[in-house]
Ligand binder design. Structure first.
Ligand code: MIC
Ligand code: SF4
Length: 642
């Protein structure tokens, strides 16, 4: 029986398990990436593991999220990260160089390899045929220490592309179409594997847009074959030697199929507050737009900014609309300057921002009250822009650019025939902002620099056999990590300070949560479907744990958040009968007996309502052990005899 591309790459890296869907597997990780907002915690944990040098083929530390520097905290973290990179053999991409996923695709991503990144959009590298997975910082720290990465063998969805995109319809519309079809939980524990004749009509940066935002479907990762187009891209990046051909077998067997005819697609938009609320631009055309933001790891490639430049050329943006552009990397900017196309953006009135995440994560440029903000980003969760009353809509760069000129949501196809975008045969490769690792001997004398914002990791105790306490919060479906542990300019700088950041847990839903939780000495959260959707931020587990969270009981979990809960000793449980969700209220006193955890079932006693029901879980024996030890860090330390 033939194999899918996903199976082929996973099989090559398989350390434990089989390709049987849903079974527990362990894979070898070749490369890791971190960014600064999750990196500080990941490296504090790496230090705590006590390994002298990273064990991967390549590890890169990027600085792209916390670049606003409103005080000493961000730059202190940057110095810490730089010193850690030098000490442990890690490449360090300096602030200003660009967004981690864009840079990794340009400079490091390699077909057929595995990449684990402490950021949920790590699957961007699937654009060159890599198995690239987002995970919590601790899992990435463990991978840097040479540990395997454990996951459930995902199902593989074949996304069969036919046809060719028409003028002003672009890769963003492809992934918005996928989201329209399967929604924000349609691919949990699945891989989106792209095949079919339409694949060869898409460049690597376009593939990267699609694999990047595949994260919003809950997918473990997304992957494209590695073909001639991949080879040309790598060659243009001076990396031709890293190319290998990769494709699924002719008779590969997939678990599900999705067929998309690229020729039939039209410009789409994700409406507030979910990337899964899809409408056509036509349906909403005329919507007045206050802010337009172009950038993020989804849509800030050279291809994207070139097309934006061609649309803005000789125009001025509408009087009541603000346009921001945050390019993906210095390479992109360098090209735009040398080709003269940057002038089109500047002359049209765009506010050119740093090559960083910026407004995507609410790091500056928050929209005005009640604003309609059009963004080429991948997430429009409530409050993420920095303004809770704002409404964020996600669109392609084409739709964003024309709408900025018109001041209202506009179908870019109204522009008529699209000019041909000339991509360079060779990119302007300049790695002078990436500091390579130094020799092991030299590295030993490097001193780690710690600013006052970097607080030691909290220590957590082994799990008791019975958990007892109050339901501190009951929430609905699709609670995102931006609800649990918001980001933005005020909170992000606290990522290396758990006591401080924990004061903002559930801030957008219930500001009194942290105090209540501490006062009651912790307790439980009850939730609906897809709890923990979104980011890989392990702070959404560590900070609630610090406040005393014992277990989370929900209908279903998002993959990365579930793993993060286990890593920090919070028990993730699901209702065996989803109707039981109605039988438990915020404020109820409950008790969960964990002695039967190994059997796959535990009993929840609702002491306030005098009822009990069964909860289940998907935990592997290793995960149960990790939980019992009080989390992954003590578990790894135990293994290393510390
Ligand atoms: C995001 O897009 O939400 C982030 C910020 O990049 C996160 C990581 C983080 O919270 O630091 C992600 O996607 O994992
Ligand atoms: Fe940065 Fe936004 Fe991409 Fe997250 S989604 S890595 S915040 S650009």
């Amino acid at each position: 029986m033939g194999k899918t591309l996903t199976e082929k790459v996973i099989e090559k890296h398989l350390i434990k398990g089989t390709l049987e869907r849903g079974s527990d597997i362990a894979i070898k990780i070749d490369q890791t990436l971190t960014q600064d907002a999750t990196g500080t915690m990941a490296y504090l944990q790496f230090e705590a593991i006590g390994i002298d040098r990273v064990q991967t083929e390549l590890s890169v530390s990027y600085v792209d999220h916390n670049t606003l520097q409103t005080d000493f905290k961000n730059p202190d973290d940057h110095r810490y990260l730089q010193s850690i990179a030098a000490r442990y053999g890690i490449y360090f991409s300096r602030p200003g160089n660009g967004i981690c996923h864009q840079l990794h695709l340009e400079r490091f991503a390699q077909p057929g390899k595995t990449l684990l990144g402490s950021d949920s959009h790590t699957p961007t590298a699937g654009g060159v045929g890599m198995i690239s997975i987002g995970a919590g910082g601790l899992d990435v720290a463990a991978a840097m220490a040479g540990e395997v990465f454990r996951l459930k063998m995902p199902k593989v969805i074949k996304v069969y592309l036919t046809g060719q995109l028409t003028d002003y319809v672009s890769a963003k519309d492809v992934i918005l179409e996928v989201l329209r079809r399967i929604g924000v939980k349609g691919a949990v524990n699945k891989v989106l594997e792209y095949t079919g004749p339409g694949v060869k009509t898409l460049s690597v940066p376009e593939r990267g847009t699609i694999t990047n935002m595949g994260t919003e479907t809950g997918a473990t990762t997304s992957i494209f074959p590695s073909d001639d187009i991949t080879r040309d891209f790598l060659e243009a990046q001076n990396r031709a030697v890293q190319w290998i051909e990769l494709k699924p077998d002719e008779d590969a067997v997939y678990d599900e199929t999705l067929e998309i005819n690229l020729s039939e697609l039209e410009p789409l938009v994700a409406t507030p507050h979910s990337p899964g609320n899809i409408k056509t631009v036509k349906e909403l055309e005329g919507l007045k737009v206050d802010q337009v933001c172009i950038g993020s790891c989804t849509n800030s490639t050279l291809r994207d900014l070139k097309i934006v430049g061609s649309i803005l050329k000789d125009h001025t943006i509408a009087q009541n609309t603000v346009l921001t552009v945050s390019p993906g990397s210095r390479q992109v900017v360098d090209h735009m300057i040398h080709s003269g196309e940057m002038a089109h953006l500047v002359e049209a009135g765009a506010r050119i921002l740093e090559n960083a995440c910026g407004p995507c994560i609410g790091m500056g440029l928050a929209p005005k009250s009640d604003a309609i903000s059009l963004r080429t980003f991948n997430r429009n969760f409530l409050g993420r822009s920095g303004t809770k009353s704002a409404q964020a809509y996600l669109v392609s760069p084409e739709t964003a650019a024309i709408s900025a000129i018109k001041g209202q949501l506009t179908d870019p196809r109204s522009l008529g025939k699209m000019p041909k975008i000339e991509m360079p045969k060779k990119f302007r490769v300049n790695d002078n902002m990436i500091i390579p690792p130094i020799s092991e001997d030299e590295a030993k004398s490097i001193e780690i620099v710690r600013g006052p914002n970097i607080k030691p990791l909290p220590e957590f105790n082994p799990l008791p056999e019975k958990l007892k306490g109050e339901v501190l919060l009951k929430v609905e479906d699709d609670i995102t990590t931006d609800h649990i542990m918001p980001a933005g300019a005020k909170i992000l700088p606290l990522r290396s300070n758990i006591p401080e950041i924990s004061k903002f847990v559930f801030n957008v839903i219930d500001e009194s949560f942290p105090d209540r939780s501490l006062e009651k000495e912790g307790g439980f959260i009850v939730g609906g479907e897809n709890y923990g959707q979104g980011s890989s931020r392990e702070h959404a587990a560590i900070a609630p744990k610090y406040l005393g969270l014992k277990a989370v009981v929900v209908k279903t979990f998002a993959r990365i958040h579930l793993a993060n809960l286990v890593n920090f000793g919070i028990v993730p449980l699901t209702f065996s009968n989803k109707d039981d969700y109605a039988k438990i209220e915020q404020g109820d006193q409950i008790e969960i007996d964990l002695t039967t955890l190994g059997s796959g079932k535990v009993t929840l006693k609702n002491l306030s309502k005098n009822t009990d029901f069964t909860l289940t879980h998907s935990l592997s024996p290793v995960e149960i052990e990790v939980l019992k030890t009080g989390g992954k860090l003590p578990h790894i330390k135990q293994k290393h005899g510390q």
